[in-house]
Design a protein around this ligand. Structure first.
Ligand SMILES: [Zn+2]
Length: 241
């Protein structure tokens, strides 16, 4: 699979001043070198960074295996958010322009998407905004509650739609949660929150960090082991277009 030596695309960038590695689902491993840099140096650098590169390639491969080469776009007929035990039937209504493509509640358990319903990027943008609103409404209060219960404060909560992470915690105390957590079980969401809050004490994955996680979530090993599989629960429309 992703073993050294890696296959890579080489790109020469007149504007960049240092060598950069990028791993994306579309292009795999890309090495960007400044103009005038000797490409013969690249294999030695790749060898030195091979642990990071292998991990990044594996993440991208598991995403690719799930999405397949070209799944066709269609609007979801139903949206379920197991994390908060909510579900909606989705109705689509053709409108005049893409700018006003919007998703709104239309009665109990009903969502209406209106506007350019054949325009995939417009629909995904509108659905994505709706998903972010749901995440703000449900995940942020959940994080606050867990933080209080555990006595592990944080500075700021952000909701994002990361491609390869469920959550993260910055040095400055900002916890970012992935809106796509809403597609997972409450138990998993709780674990991700505990994991990130424990990073407020240990900003690493040392044995001390895992002991702290275990104290608050004794079953963490089983949940953490499923972390990569869980991306399969995320519908395609939920990713940023
Ligand atoms: Zn972590």
């Amino acid at each position: 699979m992703s073993e050294f030596p890696f296959k890579y695309h080489l790109r020469i960038s007149p504007r960049s001043r240092s060598i950069r590695f990028r791993v994306t689902p579309a292009h795999g491993l890309e090495v960007v070198i400044p103009q005038g840099y000797d490409p013969g140096q690249v294999p030695a650098l790749l060898k030195r960074r091979q642990r990071w590169i292998r991990a990044a390639l594996e993440r991208v491969e598991s995403l690719r295996a799930f999405y397949g080469p070209a799944a066709a776009w269609c609007l979801p007929g139903r949206i379920e958010l197991p994390a908060v035990g909510l579900a909606w039937a989705v109705t689509a209504k053709q409108g005049d322009n893409a700018v006003r493509t919007a998703v709104r509640e239309a009665g109990a358990g009903q969502l209406l998407i209106s506007g350019a319903i054949d325009d995939e990027p417009a629909c995904r943008t509108a659905l994505g905004r709706w998903l972010l609103r749901q995440a703000h409404q449900h995940l942020v209060p959940g994080l606050e509650r867990t933080s209080r219960e555990l006595g592990l404060p944080y500075k700021r909560a952000l909701i994002r739609r990361q491609k390869t992470r469920w959550g993260s915690c910055s040095r400055s105390g900002t916890i970012s949660l992935n809106a796509k957590l809403l597609f997972l079980s409450p138990e998993t969401v709780n674990y991700v929150m505990i994991h990130e809050l424990c990073h407020r004490v240990e900003l690493n994955h040392s044995p001390r960090f895992w002991r702290l996680v275990e104290r608050h979530c004794p079953d963490y090993r089983r949940i953490d082991a499923q972390r990569r599989e869980l991306w399969k629960a995320v519908p395609r429309w939920a990713d940023a277009p």
